[in-house]
Design a binder for this molecule. Sequence first.
Ligand code: BTN
Length: 262
Amino acid sequence: MDRTLTPAAVESRLTTRWLGRPLQVEAQVDSTNSRLHELARRGAAAGLVLVADSQTSGRGRQQRQWHSPPGTNLYFSVLLRPDWPVGATPPLSLAAGVALAEAMGPLLPAPPVLKWPNDLLFQGRKLAGILVEAQTDRQAVRHAIVGIGVNVNQDSFPEELAERAGSLRTVSGQTHDRAEVLARLLGALESWIERLQTRPAEVLETWQRYAPWLGRPIVVTMGQNTLAGTALGLAPDGTLRMRDAGGREQTILSGDVEQAAY
Ligand code: BTN
C-alpha cells in the first residue's frame, strides 16, 4: 500500500472534533460502504471513518460500479447516527457535495462544478462521487453512511471512463498527498454536516453557487425515461426543480442530469 495513506499520516493532519475519530485504514475491502454497514450493525460509533486503498466491488449510484484501483485514489465512508425521522432526512448528499467542492476547490485551477445530485466535476470530467445510504426502521434513521470516491492521482482511466473521468492530478498537473486531501475533506465534511442540522438553507444556497447549469437547458434521465427542460434550482428537500418543455414545473427525485453546460 502507498505509504502516504496510513492512519498516522491522516491523523497528524486532521483538524476535526468528531469525524474520523476513530479512523480505520484497510489495504483492500469489497466496498467501504458495505463494510461500514457491517460495523454499524455491530455497534460502531458515529464519526468512524473507514478508508481503503482499493475496493474489489466499489459501488456507485444506480447500481453502477466504482472503479477503485490501489495506490492512487481515495475511497472512504463516514458513519453517522443522526436522529432523523424517516421521510425527513435532510439532503446529506448535498452537504457532502458542498464539502467536496470547498475542500477541493483550492487544489484546482478554477472552482469545480456540482452536478445534481452528487457528482463533482471539473471542465466536464468527474473527479468525485458520493453514495449516501441509510439504514432505517419504522420511525427513525438508525445510521447513515456517506461514501465518497475521489480520483486523486490516477492518470489514466479505462476506455469506458476515459472521456468523462479526471483526477486532481490530470486537471492540476500535480501529484497530491492522499492523507492531506483526506484530512481536508473530513474537515469540510464535519463542518457542512453540522451546518445541515442547524442551517440547512445555507447548504442549499452554497450548493447552488457551484451549479452554473441552473437556469439552463438540461435533460434528465430516469431509468428508461428522459425529461427535457430548464433547470430551476433545488427544493428544500434536495430534489431538483425543472420546467419541462410544456412549461410545467416538475420535481425530480432521482435521475441523472445530462446535456448541461458544465
Ligand atoms: C457515484 O458517483 O456513483 C457514487 C460513487 C461513490 C463511490 C464511493 S468509493 C467509497 C464508497 N464505497 C463504495 O462502495 N462506494 C463509495
